[in-house]
Design a protein around this ligand. Structure first.
Ligand SMILES: [Zn+2]
Length: 351
């Protein structure tokens, strides 16, 4: 039944794209642009081994970064945390990426930021004098490798999946922590280093629009919306979002909507704010590396600007602790920021 409706939806989408408006000029305006039957080329992304090699190499030549293994995945892959600074008087920010294995570009952004933070520049020195930075790239290391205990034959590329090796959604596991990846993140990163701020980086489908306009967004953001979250924590979360919004909005490719998200504490945006008082932001980038629902999959054309969008967001947040704007930035844009709309058929609300 589910399968049938999926096929029907796929047909509708295919018909839609056949008779559709064709290619738009601007990068953000394009729909799924891998052309449907072309092989998705994900080789440009760091594989797990390449990511580990990169992290180890950077640690070897850097005085600022400490690399830590904070746990293991179901398939026994080590989970890595890159740490910068451990000054108790400074606030701590955590950048988390790829809880969903098929949401890959945000990890590329995180690796770029790791490179940036080890460049010994004056700007970086200032940042690290003011804030401790934790970067946890790719929580779902098994799903990102496609090394899982279920078939990926329905997937467009067959290389990445949202779920961990046992088919669980890690971003629905932040209360019970039944999965080794989420358990390790909570016990060995969050409870140990007590971050004050956290951005959780994801990807959504390719068809999300700014409100009911025709404009495709480059991303969507949201603060914790669970009603139990302390109002001060929510306000600091909105400030975190304002720093990100202002930085991304200033870029030519940047167009953000307000993510339409739920209140469940099992997702990190709500759960971490509720349980630990961490100011959180969800940042959803456009398009996925792989999915069984074709319109979610983004080809290669937009990868560069989406990686940059993540870098821009992270850098802006780090710099906001140098000039103090994280505590003074105006959050009123949230009241007028259009919510996400959708042009095509949305498969379901799972991001
Ligand atoms: Zn996600």
């Amino acid at each position: 039944m589910i399968k049938n409706s999926m096929i029907l939806m796929l047909c509708l989408v295919l018909i839609g794209s056949f008779f559709g408006t064709g290619q738009l000029a601007q990068a953000v305006g394009e729909g799924p642009n891998y052309n449907g039957n072309e092989t998705i080329k994900n080789e440009r992304l760091h594989s797990y081994d390449e990511m580990v090699n990169f992290l180890e190499k950077v640690e070897k030549r850097s005085d600022e970064m400490t690399l830590e293994v904070y746990g293991q995945s179901i398939k026994g892959r080590d989970l890595y945390l890159a740490k910068f600074g451990e000054d108790e008087d400074n606030p701590t920010v955590l950048f988390l990426t790829q809880q969903h294995g098929n949401e890959a570009l945000t990890t590329e952004s995180a690796l770029e930021i790791i490179k940036y933070l080890t460049n010994n520049s004056k700007g970086v020195k200032e940042i690290l004098e003011n804030i401790n930075v934790l970067i946890a790239p790719r929580l779902n290391v098994d799903g990102a490798e496609g090394d899982v205990n279920f078939s990926l034959e329905d997937y467009v590329s067959g290389t990445h999946t949202r779920y961990n090796a046992d088919g669980f959604d890690l971003n629905r596991d932040h209360v019970n922590r039944n999965q080794p990846e989420t358990k390790a993140l909570h016990e060995n990163v969050i409870q140990k280093y007590e971050p004050d701020y956290m951005i959780d980086f994801h990807h959504q489908g390719t068809q999300t629009t700014l409100g009911d306009t025709d404009e495709y967004v480059s991303g969507s953001i949201l603060y914790p919306t669970n009603e139990g979250v302390d109002p001060d924590v929510r306000e600091r979360s909105k400030q975190l979002g304002a720093i990100v919004y202002n930085a991304v909005d200033a870029k030519g490719y940047g167009l953000l909507s307000k993510y339409r998200g739920g209140t469940a504490p099992t997702i990190s945006r709500n759960g971490l704010a509720l349980e630990y008082g961490i100011a959180t932001l969800l940042f959803e980038m456009r398009g996925m590396a792989d999915h069984y629902y074709e319109p979610y999959v983004l080809g290669q054309k937009s990868n560069g600007y989406l990686i940059q969008q993540g870098v821009t967001a992270m850098k802006a947040v780090l710099e906001s602790f140098v000039d103090g704007s994280i505590e003074t930035v105006d959050t009123s844009f949230w009241d007028t920021l259009p919510e996400s709309g959708s042009k095509g058929e949305e498969f379901e609300d799972e991001h």
